[in-house]
Design a protein around this ligand. Structure first.
Ligand code: PEP
Ligand code: MG
Length: 579
């Protein structure tokens, strides 16, 4: 049994068979080989090794010609590894005696050798990556498959990968992908957000661990505490099976809360909306008793297909959401493409620093032809129900005014064509850049509502990439700087009688909900899976208590002490949470 720690980003527990997607994205089957097929399978293995050797020899000759024999020697070392009698005998024994598939046996043996090299000091460690290279070559010959295979799964698996993009996860089928863990990634990355939307348990930022696991091995994913457990022993497996049962029971209890409105213990009505990435999620939000959609991340429409969505594609998606919500408000956020979501804009991919570059509203205002297509569809959908438009990533008043002017212009065009709504829908903006929080009193009079995007607000206030595990300790929505900015924005909104909500992840962290209520927030928008939990927390606390907590927090100077204090207050006011 081996245990690896990571950052839990989408809660849940999953037990199952590993599907390992390393950088090359191979899935290594553990299937057993029939007794009478052993010789045939060994022949397949030797054939793959011969093919890999031929390929390596060709590479060696080319490199030797181009760069000289010194470089060619690297490939000679690879060839020697593939000729190592001891290594090959071990693999053959595993196929003959244990009936493992050649892929699984080869991968297990090579990875064991690689781990031994990884532990050596000095340059010998480098040999590990040579071994991985050799492993990949042979597996490519044996399997000839890649990440595409994930679309054709027939049995449930736990995906273990170096990294996964939001676009990849959005295509995961939650019935077949029980959970995933990645070596890279940070707490509020979009990959994590999509996992929450799909309610797929996920742990990210585990660091290098793929060399210790092969496809088909049994794995436990503890996405409550952030553990990946490979080859669990019996007591561990039993412990997690029990926790899984308890969790199912707890979730059933939460389901019962879903149909009730959200109130605090002293009767303050809290508006609780849901965040979605895909139109299909809307129906579930409605079933779970959301007061509406508080954040529809429309950029996922662009990530799901290789070509740009047409006006009709946009319209169909928005109409589906508006109709599913049966008269409840739907906040459509215009596309927030950029940084980690740039696939459709290859010309932007080589920006030196995409998180600070042309993304989101900046991209929309530069490419108004793209923006108009989306705005037309949003306004057409507004004829079907209460749609609100929200602009993301606004840094300056000028940007907001430009976006509003464009919206009004598109609305006039549509009116002339007889396709626009009677009145312009309410317009709001996200406060997710520190400049917008600092100037919230200037922004508030110019919009109908404000929405605090604490995921980005935290990232930009602390200059800590939300998807980088190396700075995950710095990335803290409870940091006093972030708390102050949230407080400022709430006060500005209140002074101008404009509704303000929080749609960032912090609104679904139980202990943080108390703080947000205390700071004056009465509206939240969270992942559909978190609706029940937020109702439970709100229902147990009184506003007075929350205000006292917020007062204390506003006087504190460090994120970690704030988080500890909030956890302690949460236990006192709400009681222990699950686990
Ligand atoms: C945010 O930044 O808090 C937010 C809700 O938007 P996203 O997570 O899509 O960047
Ligand atoms: Mg954001």
């Amino acid at each position: 049994m081996e245990k690896f720690a990571g950052i839990p980003v989408s809660p849940g527990i999953a037990l199952g068979e590993a599907l390992v997607l390393d950088r090359q994205g191979f899935r290594i089957p553990r299937r057993l080989v029939q007794q009478d097929a052993v010789e045939q399978e060994l022949e397949r293995l030797h054939g793959a090794i011969r093919a890999a050797q031929a390929q390596i020899a060709r590479n060696r000759d080319t490199i030797t010609q181009q760069l000289g024999p010194h470089y060619g020697a690297i490939f000679d070392a690879h060839l020697q590894m593939l000729q190592d009698r001891k290594l090959l005998e071990e693999v053959e024994q595993l196929v003959r005696r244990r009936h493992w598939s050649p892929e699984f046996a080869f991968s297990q043996v090579v990875r064991r050798y690689a781990r031994a090299f990884e532990e050596l000091p000095g340059p010998m460690r480098e040999r590990a990556s040579d071994l991985f290279d050799v492993e990949r070559r042979v597996l490519r010959e044996l399997l000839g498959r890649n990440r595409e295979e994930i679309a054709h799964l027939t049995s449930p698996v736990l995906v273990l990968a170096h990294d996964l993009t939001p676009g990849e996860v959005v295509n995961f089928d939650p019935q077949l992908i029980l959970g995933f863990a990645t070596e890279r990634g940070g707490p509020s990355s979009h990959t994590a957000i999509v996992a929450q939307g799909l309610e797929i348990p996920a742990v990210v930022g585990v660091g290098p661990f793929l060399s210790a696991v092969s496809g088909g091995q049994e794995v436990i994913l503890d996405a409550e505490q952030g553990w990946v457990i490979v080859d669990p022993d019996d007591p561990t497996r039993a412990h997690y099976q029990q926790r899984l049962q308890r969790r199912r029971h707890y979730r059933q209890q939460l389901r019962q809360l879903e149909q009730q409105e959200c109130h605090t213990a002293d009767g303050q009505r809290i508006e609780l909306m849901a965040n979605i990435e895909l139109p299909q999620e809307a129906q579930l939000c409605c079933q779970r008793g959301a007061d509406g959609i508080g954040l529809y991340r429309t950029e996922f429409l662009y990530l799901q297909s290789p070509s740009l969505p047409t006006e009709e594609d946009h319209y169909r998606a928005y109409a589906q959401v508006v109709q599913a919500m049966q008269g409840r408000p739907v906040v459509i956020r215009t596309f927030d493409l950029g940084a980690d979501k740039l696939r459709h804009m290859p010309q932007l991919e080589d920006q030196p620093n995409p998180f600070l570059g042309v993304r989101s509203i900046r991209l929309a205002l530069r490419h108004t032809e793209l923006f108009r297509v989306q705005l037309r569809a949003v306004l057409r959908a507004a004829r079907l129900g209460p749609v609100r438009v929200m602009f993301p990533f606004v840094a300056t008043l000028r940007e907001l005014r430009q976006a509003k002017t464009l919206l009004a212009d598109v609305w006039e065009d549509l009116r002339e064509e007889g396709q626009g709504p009677e009145v312009l829908p309410p317009v709001g903006m996200m406060i997710e850049i520190p400049s917008a929080a600092l100037l919230a009193d200037l922004f508030a009079p110019e919009v109908d509502f404000l929405s605090l995007g604490t995921n980005d607000l935290t990232q930009y206030t602390l200059a800590a990439d939300r998807s980088n595990r190396e700075v995950s300790a710095l990335y803290d929505p409870c940091d006093p700087a972030v708390v102050r900015l949230v407080h400022m924005a709430v006060q500005a909104a209140q002074a101008h009688h404009k509704p303000i909500n929080v749609c960032g992840q912090v609104a679904s962290i139980p202990e943080c909900i108390i703080l947000l209520l205390g700071l004056g927030l009465r509206r939240f928008s969270v992942a559909p899976g978190a609706l029940g939990e937020v109702k439970r927390v709100c229902g147990r606390v009184r506003l007075r208590q929350c205000q006292q907590v917020a007062q204390r927090v506003l006087g504190m100077d460090d994120g970690r002490s704030i988080r500890l204090f909030l956890r302690q207050e949460y236990r006192r006011l709400v009681g222990a949470s699950l686990d």
